[in-house]
Write a protein that binds this ligand. Structure first.
Ligand code: AMP
Length: 216
């Protein structure tokens, strides 16, 4: 029988390691990774009218409006059959309220804030490369692929440098994130649902701490 887990809400600046830990967690649990950034980028790839509008917002490091992101999220999560890792949502208090009232009202969840110094974040994102096929995340300085520019798992798949992983856009994204996250953290703290973790540690230590939250 598949063990039913609590849902995770991953909070933390871009580059704080939420995506990496989500990938690690889904290997050890039946949780499903749901990243609003990934959902938005999929819309962009489809080159719809909405996709074009989204690309301009994302490439400027700004937030997409709450209604658009919330609708996209709701379309992609069926909580009756699965438990999720919400990665990149909520980013505003309005989104936290929607998630709590419309999506997770009857489902157990815990919010985890990945705390990370800003200089580490910028360096991580500038050097980040991603495999769009298996979502593996590399860092060309600290965790390079074996074959320069290609994914270790998918061999012929060329690694991707996100258009918003440029230093000036990264700084804007981090600024926008920090401007909005305070009330979101208070929202979960007041409900006694917030865990704060030191995200500037070895991956395995962080993963073990996350697994511990699921058992409590
Ligand atoms: P991420 O992949 O989480 O770093 O998100 C990339 C970009 O997508 C962000 O900089 C925003 O422009 C947009 N985005 C992702 N999630 C949200 C959200 N919950 N609310 C608004 N914009 C979002």
């Amino acid at each position: 029988m598949i063990k039913k887990f609590k849902n995770f809400i991953f909070l933390g600046s871009p580059g704080s390691g939420k995506g990496t830990q989500a990938l690690n967690l889904i290997k050890e649990t039946s949780l499903v990774h749901l990243s609003t950034g990934d959902l938005l980028r999929k819309e962009i790839e489809e080159k719809s009218e909405l996709g074009l509008k989204l690309k301009n917002i994302i490439d400027a490091g700004q937030l997409v409006d709450d209604k658009t992101v919330a609708e996209l999220l709701k379309k992609n999560c069926d909580l009756k059959s699965k438990s999720f890792i919400f990665d990149g949502f909520p980013r505003t208090l309005a989104q936290a309220e929607i998630l709590s009232e419309d999506v997770l009202a009857n489902f157990g969840h815990v919010a985890v804030y990945f705390e990370m110094p800003e200089d580490v974040i910028v360096s991580r994102l500038v050097h980040r490369r991603i495999c769009q096929k298996c979502n593996a995340i590399y860092n060309i300085k600290t965790k390079p692929p074996k074959n320069d520019g290609y994914c270790d798992n998918c061999e012929s798949e060329k690694l991707f440098h996100r258009s918003d992983d440029k230093e000036e856009v990264i700084r804007e994204r981090v600024k926008v994130y920090n401007e909005n996250i305070g009330p979101v953290l208070d929202f979960y703290r007041n409900k006694d649902l917030l865990k704060v973790i030191d995200a500037n540690r070895e991956n395995r230590l962080i993963l073990d701490e996350l697994l511990g939250f699921l058992d409590n």
